[in-house]
Design a binder for this molecule. Structure first.
Ligand code: GRF
Length: 200
């Protein structure tokens, strides 16, 4: 049974997709054992509690130094004995010590087809604003392993989404979440839980 921790910062719709996929059997051999947010007001924490999942806030603001925050986050995850860390709308940069503690055991969902519209400064609505500004006809989402870079680790799954005439960033974000993120993130977790992913 793969023990999964999910890191969140906001509304938690990706977390909800994972919870729902476990409950309806789309994800097997895995359980969400812990949800951590950097934001104590994140609705994602409510979603975790409603699902009976242990939920906690570990905020950089609570620590005197960034290093102390990094140690607290890393030690909490190691002590929890999780096998996989899932970044689901988590907006805090992942420290090298966490990547080293969980080599190829951290995955992230990014709301574009990497290598487009990713890297420093590309998160949330900004990703969709950039796609619309560039005039691309297709965008989508990517699940990738997290390495010490920003959105640079090995790609696991991608799913394309059509951009439609008159799309606003908000409308496009919602379509990418519904048609891509909420599909490929649970699928990637199920593949990992069932030994279907190897890194070449
Ligand atoms: C969304 O922009 C999503 O694309 C990205 O994080 C944001 C919030 O997602 N991954 P969630 O609703 O908190 O899962």
């Amino acid at each position: 049974m793969l023990k999964v921790a999910v890191l969140v910062s906001g509304g938690g719709t990706n977390l909800q997709a994972i919870i729902d996929a476990v409950n309806d059997g789309k994800i097997t051999n895995a359980e969400i054992s812990l949800v951590i947010s950097n934001n104590k007001n994140a609705y994602a924490l409510e979603r975790a509690k409603n699902a009976g999942i242990s939920a906690m806030c570990i905020s950089p603001k609570e620590y005197e130094t960034r290093e102390n925050f990094h140690v607290a986050l890393t030690e909490t995850l190691k002590n929890a004995g999780v096998d996989l860390v899932v970044l689901a709308g988590y907006l805090v940069s992942i420290p090298e010590m966490l990547v080293k503690a969980f080599p190829n055991k951290i995955i992230n969902i990014h709301p574009s087809l990497i290598p487009s519209f990713c890297g420093v400064g590309y998160y949330g609505l900004k990703v969709h604003e950039a796609a619309l500004a560039r005039g691309v006809k297709v965008t989508g989402a990517t699940v990738h392993f997290v390495d010490c870079g920003m959105d640079t680790g090995p790609i696991i799954l991608q799913k394309a989404v059509e951009i439609e005439e008159g799309d606003t960033p908000e409308v496009l974000q919602r379509r990418v979440m519904e048609q891509a993120e909420w599909v490929i993130l649970p699928r990637a977790i199920d593949m990992i839980a069932n030994g279907k992913i190897t890194i070449k």
